[in-house]
Ligand binder design. Structure first.
Ligand SMILES: [Zn+2]
Length: 470
């Protein structure tokens, strides 16, 4: 004889828009799946049971934009995601080898996918790679376990021609393609976004962090937000996310007296500092630039003379944040809808992970409290839509047979309280548990992922928007 259930959560309010459930129910799991959603499930038949009265039980949150590599985000990203209520997330730059290494050594039982950057001088020879070079890169990315390309145009631009070629190479090979707008002809701003839509044409891609092009660098930031939304409405082939934190995240690394990221230079100028290494040092000293510093097992923001020392000790190779995201445009972008009531921007993401801005629950639930969206809308944007974009048909909802990935939140404190991945506890009241990472990968990457001792979850690219979201 064995228990009928592994886990029962009692008396929570379940929000599952896909299955049209929004009300007080118990939910039971067995062998990693949801097996029952009903009133009064008998907890004596369950190995474990938790009373979640007064809390909301949501499908596990899926963060479609985060960073968890040694290059960006760092080793505490998994813990920070788990503490923030996330169960599944997409690393939006790689490098894949480092993402796997961190997933192996610092995993907390999350599901992680990775797309690898196309970066001049690092993964491609220069800013004008040809089709053959890009095809070779994609093939090696697949083998390593990544599911596609990230074009980092805003930071490390390619020529417009090479950008278009990279998009074509990814989509022709069933790869995930995300684009941080910008090229050698434009920058990471609304002009870059306009150019990006031209380069994409009618192809299906993921346009990264829509709010980040609306910082008032080209015109008034509110007008920029409206134009970005119009571009998305006119191009339903493009899926997108935006984040709710006031801070960005960029590289503090300098070479020959200059920041190597174009975005870092722009942020310095926005704060009236020179776009040089000297200007960056002054900005860190004064607090306009905030270092992402590893302290006490997580990453926190720091500035002042001690932060300058930390940055120098690491030869300037430290992630830096600037408070450059104006309030109203990011709220408008997060809540804007089309005439048919669907959201113009599909997902709320964080661009966090190891960058300390994992505020989807805190800020998203604040929008629910303000009645800017319903809890079911929040679930659509923070779980169902991103799961669908990743091709994860068993996630993003709590239907019978779905993966028992759940995030339990408290609307009163705006905090995640506990999370479960396939029924196993990932986070419980601020404590994070060790657990093997599951890498979302393709058949080509399965072997390498498993050689790191990680689980492999294979996605079928025919289930992703890169083939057929709309
Ligand atoms: Zn990012």
């Amino acid at each position: 004889m064995s228990y009928q259930y592994d886990l029962v959560l009692h008396n929570g309010t379940i929000n599952d828009p896909l299955n049209n459930i929004s009300g007080e129910f118990d939910i039971a799991t067995k062998a990693g799946r949801v097996v029952e959603v009903a009133k009064n499930i008998n907890s004596q038949k369950s190995r474990d049971a938790i009373d979640v009265s007064g809390l909301n039980v949501l499908p596990g949150l899926v963060d479609l934009h985060m960073h968890a590599s040694a290059w960006l985000g760092g080793r505490f990203a998994h813990k920070m995601l788990a503490l923030a209520g996330v169960t599944t997330a997409l690393d939006m730059s790689g490098p894949i080898d480092s993402v796997l290494e961190i997933a192996k050594n610092f995993g907390c039982g999350l599901n992680i996918a990775c797309i690898n950057y196309v970066r001049p001088g690092v993964t491609v020879a220069n800013n004008n790679p040809d089709k053959a070079e890009l095809e070779e890169l994609l093939l090696s990315n697949f083998k390593a376990g990544a599911i596609g390309f990230k074009i980092l145009g805003g930071h490390y631009p390619l020529s417009p021609e090479a950008t278009a070629t990279a998009i074509g190479v990814a989509l022709d090979n069933g790869a995930y393609l995300a684009f941080h707008a910008g090229s050698t002809a434009t920058r990471s701003n609304l002009e870059g976004l306009r150019e990006a839509f031209e380069l994409v044409g009618n192809r299906n891609i993921h346009m990264a962090h829509i709010n980040s092009y609306c910082r008032g660098r080209v015109m008034d930031c509110h007008q920029e937000a409206e134009e970005a939304l119009r571009l998305l409405e006119a191009n339903p082939n493009v899926v997108s996310e935006s984040y709710l934190s006031p801070i960005n995240g960029t590289s503090g690394e300098c070479k020959q007296g200059l920041p190597i990221s174009q975005v870092t230079g722009m942020c310095l100028e926005a704060g009236n500092y020179e776009a040089t290494e000297q200007g960056l040092e002054e900005a860190i000293h004064a607090g306009w630039a905030q270092l992402n510093e590893e302290t006490g097992g997580i990453v926190t923001l720091s500035s002042g003379p001690q932060a300058v020392e930390y940055w120098r000790a690491r030869k300037t190779d430290v992630t830096i944040s600037f408070a450059v995201n104006p309030e109203i445009p990011k709220l408008r972008i997060a809540t804007a809808r089309r005439a048919d009531k669907t959201y113009v921007v599909d997902c709320i993401s964080t661009d966090g992970g190891g960058i300390p801005r994992n505020v989807t629950v805190e800020k998203g639930l604040a929008l629910v409290r303000l009645e800017a969206m319903t809890m079911n809308d929040f679930v659509l944007k923070a779980s169902y839509n991103p799961a669908k974009i990743l091709g994860l048909v068993n996630k993003g909802h709590l239907g019978i047979g779905a993966d028992a990935d759940m995030t339990v939140v408290d609307v009163n404190t705006l905090r995640p309280v506990m999370t479960f991945n396939k029924g196993k506890t990932v986070m419980y009241k601020g404590r994070v548990f060790a657990g093997r990472t599951t890498m979302i990968t393709t058949p080509a990457g399965k072997r390498n992922v498993e050689s790191f001792g990680l689980n492999a979850l294979l996605v079928d690219s025919s289930e992703t928007p890169f083939c057929k979201l709309r």
